[in-house]
Ligand binder design. Structure first.
Ligand code: SF4
Length: 255
């Protein structure tokens, strides 16, 4: 059905490819009632949240608390929530960090980062998106090879995905943040270019792509957690259900 929406509005969707992020957000927020924005609270995320303050001040901000966020990130989220009155919807994995360690051993992020991301990011995001028609993300084409083919409007697993910053560069994001006085995570001033969980994020500016410090030294180096990749959700659900019989917690459990 969602594919049909995009198909019916094909000409408009094509026009959006050259629209400004604010125009894209304006279209998305008027087109979809049940819409949310992904809140990673990195530079792209705060850029979108800042723009949305003028466009749709009350919007659900979906935040995945993996249990591995930098302490600086948690503090920054609290500060921004207070300052901007954000309506944050927090989701957590079905397994706590301790339960994950008990089941798969310590440092799953090293031994099997694909599974760790599946449990701590992919499954909770799929659960979080239930009931929404559309979600807004901070993906940009210049972040990685994988992302260079993204479009402004896509459909993934039946939910419309809006990428207003698809055409912006890293420099354009920073230019917006500086010119508009947007608050940003202090970790950037310590040399990080792309922020994720602390075990899988290195500071440094080597390499062409800004995500090169993510999962450095593993099979996922510079890659994707899986949230934006096809049907990773189904795979991780299958693993979790296989491992505990019928799944100890329902797929709709929050927080
Ligand atoms: S980024 Fe690392 S710690 Fe975070 S969920 Fe993925 S593998 Fe686990």
């Amino acid at each position: 059905m969602r594919e049909r929406i995009v198909e019916l509005e094909g000409s408009l969707v094509a026009e959006l490819e050259t629209a400004t992020p604010q125009e894209i957000l304006g279209w998305a927020c008027s087109r979809f009632d049940r819409i949310c924005v992904a809140g990673s609270f990195g530079k792209d995320s705060v850029t979108l949240l800042h723009m949305l303050r003028d466009i749709k001040p009350v919007i659900d901000v979906v935040y995945l608390n993996t249990g591995f966020d930098f302490p600086e990130t948690l503090t920054f989220i609290e500060e921004l929530k207070r300052e901007w009155g954000l309506n944050i919807k927090e989701y957590r994995p079905l397994l706590s960090v301790e339960e994950q360690e008990g089941r798969y051993g310590p440092d799953l992020y090293k031994t099997n980062p694909e599974l760790c991301c599946g449990i701590r990011k992919v499954e909770p995001m799929a659960r979080a998106l239930k009931g929404y028609e559309a979600w807004i993300t901070g993906l940009r084409r210049d972040e990685t090879e994988f992302r260079k083919h993204i479009r402004v409007v896509e459909v993934q697993n039946g939910v419309v995905k809006i990428n207003p910053l698809a055409g912006w560069t890293e420099d354009e994001v920073w230019s917006y943040i500086r010119s508009q006085g947007v608050p940003y995570s202090p970790l950037y001033d310590e040399g990080y270019r792309s922020l994720g969980c602390w075990p899988c994020t290195l500071a440094g500016s080597w390499g062409r792509f800004e995500r090169v410090g993510r999962w450095a030294g593993t099979s996922k180096e510079g890659g994707e957690c899986g949230i934006h990749v096809g049907d990773a959700y189904r795979e991780v659900r299958a693993i979790l259900q296989d491992d505990d019989g019928n799944g100890s917690k329902g797929p709709d459990s929050h927080g």
